[in-house]
Write a protein that binds this ligand. Sequence first.
Ligand code: ATP
Ligand code: MG
Length: 424
Amino acid sequence: MSTKTPQAIRGTQDIFGADAEAFAFVVETFERVRRLYRFRRVEMPVFEKTEVFARSLGETTDVVSKEMYSFDDRGGESLTLRPEFTAGIARAFLTNGWQQYAPLKVATHGPLFRYERPQKGRYRQFHQIDAEVIGAGEPQADVELLAMADQLLKELGIHDVTLHLNTLGDGASREAWRAALIDYFRAVKDQLSEESQERLEKNPLRILDSKDPRDKAFLADAPKIDAFLSQEARGFFAAVTSGLDAAGVKWVRAGSLVRGLDYYRHTAFEFIPDEGGVSAAALGSQSTVLAGGRYDGLMESLGGASTPAVGWAAGIERLAMLVDAREEAALEFAVVVEGDSEQLHAAGVRTAMMARSEGVTAEVFAAGSPRKRFDKAVKSGAKVIMAYSEDADGNLQPPRMKGDEADIERIGQALREFAVKLGA
Ligand code: ATP
Ligand code: MG
């Protein structure tokens, strides 16, 4: 056996300290906000049958064609670690008969897995918060979902990120646009990047998303969806934008914004840091923090009845990079045990327990040399220190206290309140 310590898997992170506090703040804020909008919590499996993702996202997408962690299990079945939440939630909607709850608003968060090139803001295991409204075909659902995203970002203290909004039209509009894009790009095919040449016939919308300068040169003049929108699709988009205006959600039109996955229809959006802002600088090139859209076609691709739905997901790590530093909980109350008798340790552990029960952060200093424990407590920065000791005959002494009078009074009051509750 090797004696070398195994390294973490490339693209995974061990999140600790201030980063972990920022991560927790994002999740806690999301949990609070999703309750305000009455999204119900769901917990989803981390893996699904591979076909759940292959059929939902489409075989030609980057995620399915090159980013999935797929493997055969011991029974020979092909399984995949989830690269996103939506497909699994759609599968659950169908297999559990959640139609009965429609329109169903659900929220979840957790780890996702994609075989990507790791860099700042891009990992192979990353985490998302996710919100979906299933069984709601009206534009008001899109508006509410976007209002929730906007409120979440504000409550996280992120103010220099803007909603970039587009419509992909209904199925017919999208097909007509797709055909026009194929014609347009075919004419310049040999000047496009190799990747775009490859996806030209199968997934031309994806070319609009390309970061390659060879492709970018042709993007400005590419056909725009607006020319292909049906009357109905145009009306839907107008209802979304006027709803956003009424809700006070700022947005900009992004005519070439497409989402890479096959299942999107109508509304597509991304929240992107404003150029020149603090958030843009913090994130560098991996800048989209929250993205989503309407996926009316997805349920059918999984063999279910046509079911309109809309949702978004946001990378927790990217959001955590944008929030102000969060402090770990400060220590209010240090209980020092200046000796090693049973009664001293019992007094220490009991006092700390009483304080914590009353919502006061507390730690017991009862390890190492007894003479050094008080100094350790002073170094910890605790507001109040309470030290238990015994006299030479082993009698417990009234505890020594150190700290501001007001702090001592406040913590003393908490301890008395606990004692009263105990009926002591
Ligand atoms: P990109 O174009 O950056 O690859 P995407 O379209 O693949 O993004 P989505 O599938 O829409 O991303 O995921 C929504 C959000 O999840 C992104 O906006 C981002 O914040 C986050 N995210 C996606 N992939 C990763 C990753 N590999 N590492 C960290 N966060 C990610
Ligand atoms: Mg991606």
